[in-house]
Design a protein around this ligand. Structure first.
Ligand SMILES: *[C@@H]1O[C@H](CO)[C@@H](O)[C@H](O)[C@H]1NC(C)=O
Ligand SMILES: *[C@@H]1O[C@H](CO)[C@@H](O)[C@H](O)[C@H]1NC(C)=O
Ligand SMILES: [Zn+2]
Length: 487
């Protein structure tokens, strides 16, 4: 025991860097704490009505993932990492949430941006009601369900709500069985899936007669979509889920930062405001596969998308929420010293005289025991994109985990998002902040229009329209509290 402690001290002393030299001066910490204190004391409650809601959902982005991604973000810029400030870190209101929820729609414009297929669990809950999350197309449904009048998730994308912007993957669930994919015409698995012979992309376009509606499947066409003149956009960049950010082809598929930007620029033309769901959907998928590299790179990209969202909107009128739906059993351990790669190994070896990685899983596909011994990773590069971290228990796919997730909020009524709450509270608080739904006290108490500035791309909707929107918000949509518990 004593020896371990000495070893740690030695290691701490060795983990030196320029950030560390600065931090060795106690005055550095004193003045930083004073600066933070003053900025907290200077905070004013924003009690405006939320004209816009930007909802960033990091699927599976638990707190360990958040912290580890912060370090990776800095290390990708050749810093030690721990001192890096994520965009998420700048949100003044932080709470913890316990369960599971989704919000959608009103008279506002509505958009969905995701990195998965758009028929995947999280985006689907904002428009679909389905007995199974796997009913991507009618080909995935049992005949009995069809006879009972159930419909697949892709077809509900057209029917249930008038979504202005839909961006993600999932082309193959939209086209008749056997339809060749435009990007991978030779790949059998990318071909259309629908047994009912419908082409939902064509149907979607023909429903939008008289409006400017674009369907695109590649970056060239996506880039040429002019948000100023576009009413509707459907962009499906892959047959299924999008690629991981670290494997994305930047000539064919835009990043989550670019898709978030396009969505906001289209939606913010509505003087009544908008609701946009941006999902970092593949953090979860990477963790299921035990691939911390991918999960953290997805999280860093997600943080850049949040930064873009803040840049394009005004905090006075836009409530921005960041949260996760659940966490994963990834753990951050082993006393790595300052600046050491977050994807590297603990400087300490275990009692079996073998090293171990800083990030590990409680369960997942990375479980390997041979002759009672863990794998010897002394000569293994654990920082590669395909490396699967060790897990304590063998499962084909890492499970979700049950601890609370963080909720971060800024903008109108951001202070409602504090404390330890049930997850469905978040939807109710958003509805209250935006004056959609049944509780209108917030708008009635509002005697003056909030001070609003014209948006970046749109000067037309100045104060008059905005004042009008407060009254209109009452008649605006009911918030859809599609309450879905997903596995
Ligand atoms: C970080 O350092 C590496 C190796 O020295 C260099 O190739 C890379 O461009 C640097 N990245 C940044 C963001 O400075
Ligand atoms: C992008 O899609 C359009 C429309 O299908 C097509 O004409 C164009 O060739 C595609 N571009 C690339 C680079 O594949
Ligand atoms: Zn999952």
């Amino acid at each position: 025991m004593e020896l371990t402690r000495v070893a740690i001290l030695v290691l701490l002393a060795f983990g030196s860097s320029s950030a560390k030299v600065k931090e060795e001066n106690p005055e550095f910490w004193r003045s930083q704490a004073q600066k933070t204190l003053h900025s907290v004391l200077d905070r004013k409650l924003n009690t405006n009505v939320a004209k816009n809601i930007l909802f960033f959902l990091g699927d599976g982005m638990g707190i360990t993932t958040y912290t580890a991604a912060r370090i990776l973000k800095g290390q990708l810029q050749n810093q030690t990492g721990e001192e890096t400030v994520m965009t998420m870190d700048t949100f003044p209101n932080v709470g913890l949430a316990k369960v599971h929820t989704h919000v959608g729609r009103g008279g506002k414009s509505v958009g969905i941006v995701t990195t998965t297929r758009v028929q995947h669990a999280t985006p689907a809950t904002s428009y679909a009601h389905s007995a199974s999350r796997k009913w991507y197309s009618d080909a995935d449904m049992p005949d009995a369900a069809k006879r009972d009048g159930c419909t697949d998730i892709a077809s509900q994308l057209l029917k249930n709500t008038d979504i202005d912007v839909i961006i993600g993957g999932g082309r193959k669930y939209m086209t008749p069985k056997g339809t060749k994919d435009p990007e991978y015409p030779r790949d059998f698995f990318s071909r259309g899936k629908r047994k009912d012979g419908r082409n939902l992309i064509d149907e979607w376009q023909s429903m939008k007669i008289g409006k400017v509606a674009h369907y695109v499947w590649n970056k060239t066409d996506f880039d040429s979509v002019d948000p100023e003149t576009t009413d509707y956009l459907m962009a499906l960049f892959e047959p299924g889920d999008l690629r991981f950010e670290a494997e994305r082809d930047p000539n064919m598929d835009p990043s989550i930062v670019e898709t978030t930007e396009k969505a906001i620029r289209i939606l913010q033309k509505n003087p009544k405001g908008f609701f946009l769901l941006v999902e970092g959907g593949r953090i979860d998928q990477a963790h299921h596969a035990g691939r911390a590299f991918m999960a953290l790179h997805e999280t860093v990209a997600f943080d850049y998308a949040i930064a873009k969202g803040l840049e394009l909107t005004k905090e006075q009128e836009t409530l921005t929420i960041v949260m996760a739906d659940h966490s994963h059993p990834v753990t951050f351990n082993g006393y790595p010293f300052r600046g050491q790669s977050i994807l590297g190994k603990s400087p300490l070896w275990a009692t079996d005289m073998l090293p171990y990685t800083t990030l590990m899983y409680g369960n997942g596909p990375g479980h390997k025991i041979t002759n009672g011994k863990r794998p010897d990773i002394r000569n293994v590069n654990t920082k590669t994109k395909d490396y699967v971290q060790l897990s304590a228990v063998p499962t084909e796919s890492a499970t979700h985990s049950g601890e609370d997730v963080a909720v971060l909020a800024r903008g109108p009524m951001g202070h409602l998002f504090q404390g330890v709450q049930e997850q469905n509270y978040i939807a109710h608080a958003m509805a209250y902040a935006a004056c959609v739904g049944t509780d209108q006290r917030h708008c009635q108490g509002q005697t003056e229009a909030p001070v609003l500035h014209s948006t970046l791309t749109n000067d037309r909707n100045a104060a008059g329209a905005v004042r009008g929107s407060i009254a209109l918000l009452g008649s605006l949509l009911s918030v859809l509290l599609a309450h879905t518990v997903l596995v």
